[in-house]
Write a protein that binds this ligand. Structure first.
Ligand code: GLU
Length: 520
């Protein structure tokens, strides 16, 4: 029975995030990393990053880099890891093979492990036999007691082998910090393979050795590892190691309550969210709420506040549903509450990193790469501030709903306000053109333009009764959009020349219409 960690004080904990670099950093793994990070920081302990790259075929350097970059982007800084050597390194399993060998030797010497020479075909036949006889399939124990001479002979013959752990029988029980007591009958598990050869230790074994040698006190990981825990505890006991505490985080589910799969890399990798223009603060906040909630049920948490308020008692057992709309809402909230100059910096960095904008050398201008047009820094800064309440993600600043960047084309029907006729819209646009033409370029500010329009509206009964009569066609002429910021805001961002060009264009579209609005 493991000690009851709920009743013991948590002091100087050491926790780890131990990803296998076999894919991009997935939201599920990032959530595990975040919870470990929060636990370590809340209790003033250490957070360790360990790369579990023993699976030679599936582990890739580029995935390791993606994981490391993703964690850095999420601000989940670790105290020890492959790049920050602490006294328990190396922190990459492929560099720890000599260490594992010592413990394999120990288990073999103490007869807690043995060589197994069963081939794939042998194992298949054994499995089928067990199923036929109604027993749950597990290793038959065929090689468990081979005479020593035979083992040596097979090894000399270079027969392929694995190393199996002699699984004790009996019930293993552990107290999960989230799920309570979990009991498993070890005799149902059978003797597991702990190494495919001397050079290829397998997960359940290497993880136990590393967690012990690295002084890990709490193992916080996904619920999909619950079935590994009894095997690992049996190994820990066989090796005479001390037991850590365990906490298994709830599964992350899609809205239809199916499991959010690691294989859906394209849609659920952290780097994808970064590319789509989500802010790291929003992602951290969102991930924290996948299984944890505060006592107040509030939803907005900075990383600092999460560190302060995090507690393992508030992690739920049941599956955590991943709601993309909630992530959008959080992202929008963070975009809007960001300090304006910080947001500007962030959008410029993002846009240049992901191929939306390119700074023109030696000037304060940027090229919008999609249409190769130039925009001034000043103009872009104003645009970001005006548009920020509309967007869910940073990418949306640059999409087709952007009044600034989109190719201007009109759905002519949109230019009409209520019962306006073609003639009415023409008159309005002509009037707007004239007024704007007469404002000096240096005075083309929102306030100035608004003041001029206030006078126009006041002096015109029609406009005075219904401002939409003039402001709607003007706004659509400027943006081409059904929904957009106010015409005064757009005018200031576009500047005099571009604004007049757009009004003229809309005016031409209206003139070219052979029939009136009703027939559109
Ligand atoms: N390398 C394992 C994984 O990526 C880590 C499991 C653990 O935390 O023990 O799933």
């Amino acid at each position: 029975m493991t000690p009851d960690p709920k009743n013991s004080k948590i002091e100087n904990p050491r926790v780890r995030f131990a990803p296998s670099p076999t894919g991009l950093l997935h939201v599920g793994s990032a959530r595990t990393a975040l919870f470990n990070f929060l636990f370590a920081r809340h209790y003033g302990g250490d957070f360790i990053l360990r790369i579990e790259d023993t699976d030679k075929e599936r582990s890739k350097k580029e995935y390791e880099e993606n994981i490391i970059e993703g964690l850095r982007w999420l601000h989940l800084n670790w105290d020890e890891g492959p790049d920050i050597l602490g006294k328990f390194g190396p922190y990459r399993q492929s560099e720890r093979k000599e260490i594992y060998k010592q413990y394999l030797k120990k288990l073999l010497a103490e007869n807690r492990a043995y060589y197994c020479f069963c081939t794939e075909d042998d194992l298949k036949a054994q499995r089928e036999e067990m199923i036929a006889s109604g027993t749950a399939p597990r290793y038959s124990g065929h090689c468990a007691d081979l005479p020593e001479e035979l083992v040596q002979q097979y090894l000399k013959e270079n027969r392929p082998y694995t190393i199996r752990f002699r699984m004790p029988s009996g019930i293993i029980s552990f107290k999960d910090l989230i799920r309570g007591t979990i009991k498993t009958d070890l005799s149902l598990i059978g003797d597991i393979i702990i190494a495919k050869s001397w050079d290829e230790p397998l997960y359940n074994f290497s993880v136990v050795v590393d967690d012990y040698l690295m002084g890990i006190t709490h193992i916080i990981r996904g619920e999909d590892h619950i079935s590994n825990t009894p095997k690992q505890i049996a190994l820990i006991e066989a090796l005479g190691f001390s037991l850590p505490a365990y906490a298994h985080l709830p599964l992350i589910l899609n809205e239809d309550r199916t499991k959010l799969s690691k294989r859906d890399n394209l849609t659920v990798s952290i780097s994808d969210y970064q590319k789509q223009g989500y802010l790291w603060e929003a992602i951290d906040n969102f991930l924290a709420l996948l299984g944890w909630h505060s006592s107040s049920n509030e939803e907005i948490f900075s990383l600092d506040r999460l560190i302060k308020e995090f507690s393992i008692e508030r992690i739920q057992k049941g599956g955590a549903v991943f709601l993309p709309n909630k992530l959008n809402w959080l992202n929008k909230t963070y975009i809007n509450k960001k300090d304006p100059s910080e947001l500007t910096k962030e959008v410029f960095n993002y846009a240049c990193a992901f191929g939306f904008l390119q700074k023109k050398e030696g000037s304060n201008n940027f090229v919008f790469l999609k249409n190769q047009k130039l925009y001034s820094e000043e103009q872009l800064i104003k645009y970001f501030q005006i548009e920020k309440s509309r967007v869910n993600t940073l990418a949306e600043f640059f999409d087709d709903n952007s009044f600034l960047f989109r190719d201007l084309r009109y759905d002519p029907a949109l230019l009409f306000w209520k019962q306006q006729s073609k003639e009415d819209v023409k008159i309005v646009l002509d009037e707007c053109y004239k007024i704007l033409y007469n404002i000096n370029e240096t005075q083309f500010s929102q306030e100035m333009i608004k003041a001029v329009f206030d006078v126009l509206i006041k002096n015109n009964t029609q406009y005075n009764q219904d401002k939409g009569w003039v402001l709607w066609p003007l706004r659509v002429a400027l943006s081409g959009l059904q929904y957009s910021p106010s015409p005064f805001e757009i005018l200031e961002v576009l500047g005099k020349e571009e604004s007049l060009r757009r009004i003229k264009l809309a005016r031409e579209v209206i003139s070219g219409l052979s029939e009136v609005k009703k027939s559109l």
